[in-house]
Design a protein around this ligand. Structure first.
Ligand SMILES: *Cc1c(COP(=O)(O)O)cnc(C)c1O
Length: 523
């Protein structure tokens, strides 16, 4: 039955898969077409023939598989080529500018990687005796010191493993603090409309009901509306600063004072800390808890490229409720404070977030990044990220609608809307057109407060030449939309796959591959 060659190509694949610009193979120059792994190879042509085992009495109660399992049967070169081809269809920050707003896709210095791979850091085991991992503990302790210093906060919980996990950690500490005060009846968390979806999800997961705070016309929290909602049922607020419209919440101190006066706590989503690091200390703004996405601000391959880490900095009021364990310096020794050894300062801890200490590899990378940049370098990270975003904003504000451009500069991301595109054209057409131009699209349709939002975060690691090329590409695509270019509606034309029915894929995902021959035999 097998008419498959080593490349996975089969004659029946060619005709309709590539009706446009068809080649014999379906490949486009050196961009190779790739079938599903199940469509390559065959269970009959690869593998090892093992003698059938002696009959045993089944203990499966009639649940034995009656048909072949249908796993892909690939030779080693077929398997290697399959994954290598797929990897070439992926876009990465090491290939080009990655304008995904909110995600901070910036260059990851290779120095971080080199240090994280030193055997003394990479090969430690979380259950090793404390005496044998003093260096690793010192790294955690030093990083904790710099995170507390940079944020102007009182303490930090290092163990949460991502931004969203950090949010949960912060909200659980707030919950524990309220319960300790006999105020467990406060059941409402206020969240601005522009918030990242993880904020309301975290509050709801922790048992709170979530209420929206509206935004003003200039894209910031409506402080009057927030103040009027404060009361004895409000546990706290979750505010992102700079916010997801790429704007600094200038009234943050006023907001914090009002929330504290009403008996609540202030959670700050610190995912955008890269825009203010070295310039603003959230502790000075009255924040009680804030997560820092080490993978965003302090750079690590993330978003399919590797794990993250979301340490949470705390105010003095919340410090006693922070999770365990944590590293503490005792003289020239670093100790791990666990439940049994927690003194009165941490006796009220809400518990544990993870089994061990957190993401050691991320800690090493973040500390390397911090120490190699220094105070002036970190400040410049923030300044350059803001400069680059404003360059994009001002270069494109006459091409695309920029809803908040009139109210002043943006922070580290520029936001545009689909206002002004002709009938029948939307943000999705711009995004798909950008793929043909060789870019991963910007963040689309988020935040929800901007219609057809396009959120562009260039980051500080792009050169002016790279920004100019991206601006040229985005301007060209936007102008095609404005001219009513129908071809844009079926973009991308040059990608391995054309425009997909994303709604159908989300609503009716096909998650299981069925062997057509087995399916036929079963009929
Ligand atoms: C990225 C991000 C998060 C979530 O962080 P993860 O590390 O992906 O869990 C939360 N809020 C904002 C504003 C973000 O940009």
């Amino acid at each position: 039955m097998s008419n498959i060659n080593q490349s996975g190509w089969r004659p029946e694949m060619t005709p309709e898969r590539r009706s446009d610009n068809a080649t014999f193979t379906g490949n486009r120059a050196l961009m190779l077409e790739e079938p599903l792994i199940f469509e390559i190879g065959s269970t009959e042509t690869t593998g090892v023939e093992v003698a059938a085992p002696a009959k045993v009495a089944s203990k499966l109660g009639g649940l034995e598989r009656a048909q072949p399992i249908g796993l892909a049967g690939l030779s080693e070169p077929e398997a290697v080529r399959h994954y290598t081809r797929l990897s070439r269809q992926n876009y990465a920050i090491d290939l080009g500018l990655f304008p995904l707003g909110s995600c901070t896709m910036k260059h990851n210095p290779r120095l971080n990687e080199k240090v994280a791979r030193l055997p003394g850091f990479a090969d430690v085991h979380p259950l090793q005796p404390v005496e044998t991992v003093q260096g690793a503990f010192e790294v955690i302790h030093q990083l904790a010191h710099w995170l507390v210093t940079l944020t102007g906060m009182h303490s930090v919980a290092m163990s949460p493993k991502a931004g969203a996990h950090g949010e949960l950690c912060g909200i659980l500490a707030i919950k524990a603090a309220l319960e300790a005060k006999g105020e467990g009846h406060r059941k409402v968390i206020l969240v601005p409309e522009s918030a990242h979806g993880t904020n309301p999800a975290t509050a709801a997961f922790a048992g709170y009901s979530v209420e929206d705070i509206p935004a003003t016309a200039d894209g910031r929290v409506d402080v009057a509306a927030l103040k009027s909602r404060l009361g004895p049922d409000v546990a706290g607020v979750m505010i992102t600063n700079p916010n997801t419209c790429g704007l600094f919440e200038r009234e943050m101190r006023t907001i914090s004072d009002a929330v504290h006066a009403a008996g609540g706590f202030v959670y700050c989503d610190g995912a955008n800390f890269n825009a203010i690091v070295g310039r603003v200390r959230p502790g000075d703004l009255g924040v009680d808890a804030m997560h820092i996405n080490l993978h965003k601000t302090f750079s690590t391959p993330h978003g399919g490229g590797g794990p993250g880490a979301g340490p949470v900095v705390f105010s003095e009021a919340l410090t006693p409720f922070a999770p365990l364990p944590f590293v503490e310096q005792q003289g020239d020794h670093f100790a791990l404070v666990e439940e049994e050894s927690a003194g009165e300062h941490h006796g009220k801890s809400f518990g544990r977030m993870v089994a061990f200490h957190g993401q050691m590899g991320m800690f090493t990378r973040a500390l390397t990044y911090i120490l190699s940049h220094g105070a002036d370098g970190l400040r410049q990270v923030a300044e350059d990220s803001v400069l680059n975003a404003n360059y994009i904003l001002r270069s494109l504000e006459n091409t695309l609608d920029a809803p908040f451009a009139a109210s002043g500069p943006c922070m580290h991301e520029a936001i545009f809307s689909d206002d002004g595109l002709p009938e029948g054209f939307s943000t999705i057409d711009i995004a798909k057109g950008l793929i043909d131009e060789g870019y991963h699209p910007m963040t689309m349709y988020f935040p929800l407060v901007v219609h057809g939002a396009m959120l562009v975060e260039p980051t500080e690691t792009e050169s002016k030449a790279a920004l100019d090329q991206f601006i040229g590409a985005l301007r060209s695509v936007a102008e095609r939309a404005k001219a009513g270019d129908e071809g844009l509606k079926s973009a991308p034309h040059f990608a391995p796959r054309r425009r997909l029915d994303e709604t159908l894929a989300a609503r009716k995902p096909v998650l299981v591959w069925k062997d057509p021959q087995l399916a036929e035999a079963a009929e």
